[in-house]
Design a protein around this ligand. Sequence first.
Ligand code: TEU
Length: 530
Amino acid sequence: MHENFAWWRFGILYQIYPRSFQDSNGDGVGDLRGVIERLPYLRELGVDALWLSPIFPSPMEDFGYDIADYTGIDPVFGSLNDFDALVVAAHDLGLKIVLDLVPNHTSDRHPWFIESRSSRANAKRDWYIWRDPKGEGGPPNNWLSEFGGSTWEFDADTGQYYYHAFLRSQPDLNWRNHDVRRAMHDVMRFWLRRGVDGFRVDVMWHLIKDDLLRDNPPNPDFISGQQPYQQLIPLYSADRPEVHEIVAEMRRVIDEFDDRVLIGEIYLPLDKLVTYYGRDLAGAHLPFNFALISTPWNARTIAKLVGDYEAALPAGAWPNWVLGNHDRQRIASRVGGDQARIAAMLLLTLRGTPTLYYGDEIGMPQVEIRPDQVRDPWEKNVPGLGVGRDGCRTPMQWDSTLYAGFSTAAPWLPLDRNFGADNVAIERHDTGSMLSLYRALIRLRSERPELALGTYKLVSIAEALLVFEREHQDQRSLVALNFGCVSAEFDAAGLHGQILLSTFMDRQGEAIPKRLALRASEGLVVGLLG
Ligand code: TEU
């Protein structure tokens, strides 16, 4: 299919954190058979593609982001047969499957690393980043791990340090080594041949490091109380110029197959982020745009963000937007209930592919985790700084039964205490619920091509009211979002049309008057005539 019409442009991605979506075998942890059981729900919701966080064999020290075998399935999730069954069942329903590729690091139990650390002379020694101690001893440079502490771990048996950007049990692969590249390309082909529709590539901007391993400079803006990692600017340890060659090579593997997508997980400022589309757009199709997650929630900053992003995009590059993921605070808790509805309307009416995080469509909150319930290794390494990610990874709330319909056993992470009221079974029958809003937005987006594919134009920002327009082949929609907690008005003189959707689900069909009034925290999509 020609890329201008590719599914990942007009479609909607839905991220599943497999440990927490649906347990089918009563061990309190979600699995692939569980995902299969819930496919009809996803179909009904109206999303187009599922991205699964890692499901490969893993000691689970970072819950699957520490992989011990790239071409298997961890028994906690099922088997390769279950995976094949999932691909068939999803495709039968018209849903695509995107896998998580974690090429930056393996688990320290991966056979490649076990070989690599066995001796300096081992053929796989150079597959990881090994260095002698500096001077009298001590780590080779000052780089810090994202998860706390040094990035260098000393291996007494061979007298050298190895590099790990994350946990010490997650040694980084050496992407300067071409055998590593070839091996990872073969991993990609293995899954692409099995029918997967693409990859989300973990920490894409970390893949290659400075060849001279120069020290990172201190961060002059560091404030005590921030995560220790932020003491330095990761100038030499990430986002190196050579990374683009690696991404382009991955893209060539993707292009060996029809209609597949390459998505990059990249936390960088917009100007750097957009370089990951690659020269001549031969890089990632969608470098994830996480800016909505970190931008202060008000009309002005959001309008500026959208404008800056639109302006930064290279010609022909397709935008995308993300509101949440398994690493960040849930949107419902960050902005509050009614503003989470504004966020939903924004996500699904901006120009670009939206990614939904499981549970956000029912308004799941950041769940409070007691110290004795903490599972996240990052929180365990640097406690008390608020980095814990367990609260956004809690079990999906399906119904009001003992374990929320997620499992027949106590789940691996606690359920939110309000799950009895906030769940799929209840919200499905409530025409004013968050779930009904998401479904209506998704339906509208599929019915109105301007919402999926049209141009974006800022119309006005007045106080807390953001208004923009989307247009495609003479069909236009106006989106008005009230970020404030008082009512607001928009001068609609000369405009004709009707309300297609309110975030409160109650004004559909109203003709628009000369002055369009919005309640506190209300968002509207208006279909314009003429
Ligand atoms: O996440 C990387 C990540 O989210 C952060 O470490 C990020 O670098 C930082 O917040 C930037 O501000 C990916 C996965 O999503 C995460 O779950 C893994 O733990 C991590 O990589 C290691 O694989």
